[in-house]
Design a protein around this ligand. Structure first.
Ligand code: NI
Length: 220
């Protein structure tokens, strides 16, 4: 990924430019599908079993588990830092949704789990996630660890084997999952969900959780 170009795009806030980029890159590159393989839109009940425990390494090199992110809502995305277009676009969407949430964003942690551990070192992840949001956390690990995490969310990924160990693409699911403060899977946002729509949905989940908390408070 060319961070200079990405930064320029972000700085310009050029949604139109990003849209054009996606249109340019989507149709004619069958290898870069980034689609929802294995996870078509289904009822909430069918997806209720998504999620599960994971052990990974954060962008500061610290070993972490899913429990480390309990206590806040989580916007979870699987991808890789060398992704030329889809990952930067979707993480920008997450960042814009966080911005749109205003103070409520304090209750949300954006998580980026790499499906490319050989190249996505903690140091590289740290630099990458910081481009998008100061509180975005990058996670990596062994191939086995990231595979376990991806499987828990039925997130598909597959390296395009072109024989080059340094330059390759990875097809992967480009959904953003919303988890509750208890780590429970709540819903997901398809790739290209508008940031305002994502923010409105997250807001409704946060407010609903707040209502439930208020209701369960003993009357005094
Ligand atoms: Ni990607």
């Amino acid at each position: 990924m060319n961070q200079r170009i990405l930064l320029a795009v972000l700085a310009a806030g050029a949604a139109a430019a990003i849209g054009a980029l996606m249109v340019m890159n989507t149709p004619n590159k069958p290898g870069d599908i980034h689609q929802s393989a294995g996870l078509s839109p289904k009822s909430a009940a069918d997806l209720a079993d998504l999620g599960g425990p994971f052990t990974l390494t954060d962008h500061n090199g610290k070993s972490v588990s899913d429990k480390d992110y309990h206590g806040k809502f989580v916007l979870l995305y699987f991808g890789y830092t060398f992704c030329p277009d889809v990952c930067p676009t979707e993480l920008n969407t997450v960042a814009l949704a966080m911005e749109a949430l205003g103070p409520l964003a304090e209750q949300v942690t954006p998580l980026f789990i790499s499906v490319d551990p050989p190249r996505d070192t903690p140091a590289r992840l740290k630099e990458f996630v910081n481009v998008f949001h100061p509180r975005m956390v990058g996670l990596t690990g062994t191939m086995e660890q990231v595979t376990t995490a991806a499987k828990a969310y039925r997130a598909y990924f597959r390296k395009e084997d072109n024989g080059d160990p340094d330059y390759y693409m990875i097809d992967h699911t480009a959904k953003t999952y919303l988890l509750g403060p208890d780590g429970q899977y709540l819903t997901y946002y398809a790739y290209q969900t508008p940031p305002a729509e994502m923010a409105a949905s997250v807001r409704s989940y946060i407010e609903h959780a707040q209502d439930k908390k208020d209701d369960s408070r003993p009357a005094s």
